[in-house]
Design a protein around this ligand. Structure first.
Ligand code: FES
Ligand code: FES
Length: 158
């Protein structure tokens, strides 16, 4: 029996522990925000946070999520940093088709949680793990920089 926390929900399932976390989240947890792109760890569309660390769900076995906290774009509005990142992507209209955006939101939320002062080079390095077929990279980068500015501003408030 697999037991884990999925965003704010406790889940338990008798799904195959050798299956991949991407399909577990989509099928057993009804979370379509976790996107299937390449299925082989190359496009970043399926990125989730596992105990705060960004990982590709398509190459992560279900058993390795046991007992851990999995965060996805579906629950981002409930996360203190994720909510700011989400708002910045909306403000900058960063998505075109939006298919790649769930994974990018999770990658950037993880980055800004651990390193709110990340340099532009570090942000670009994070984004380099994600394919965006629409070519929305410039808008995505602007959104990340806006989120970072808003997080830093919130941290300076009394
Ligand atoms: S679907 Fe997981 S990296 Fe592409
Ligand atoms: S916005 Fe369409 S793939 Fe990135």
């Amino acid at each position: 029996m697999i037991k884990l926390q999925h965003n704010l929900a406790k889940r338990s399932s008798d799904a195959d522990p050798q299956g991949d976390l991407l399909h577990f989240l989509r099928d057993a947890c009804a979370d379509a925000s976790v996107r299937f792109g390449c299925g082989s760890g190359h496009c970043g569309a399926c990125t989730v946070l596992i105990d705060g660390q960004a990982q590709n769900a398509c190459t992560t076995p279900v058993w390795s999520g046991d007992g851990r906290h999995i965060q996805t774009a579906q629950g981002l509005a409930d996360d203190e940093i994720g909510r700011v990142v989400l708002a910045a992507f909306v403000d900058e209209q960063a998505a075109q088709c939006g298919y790649c955006i769930s994974g990018i939101l999770m990658r950037i939320t993880g980055l800004l949680k651990h390193n709110p002062g990340a340099t532009e080079a570090q942000i670009k390095d994070s984004l380099s793990r994600h394919l965006c077929r629409c070519g929305a990279h410039a808008r995505i980068l602007r959104a990340v920089l806006l989120a970072q500015k808003n997080i830093q501003h919130a941290n300076t408030l009394p």
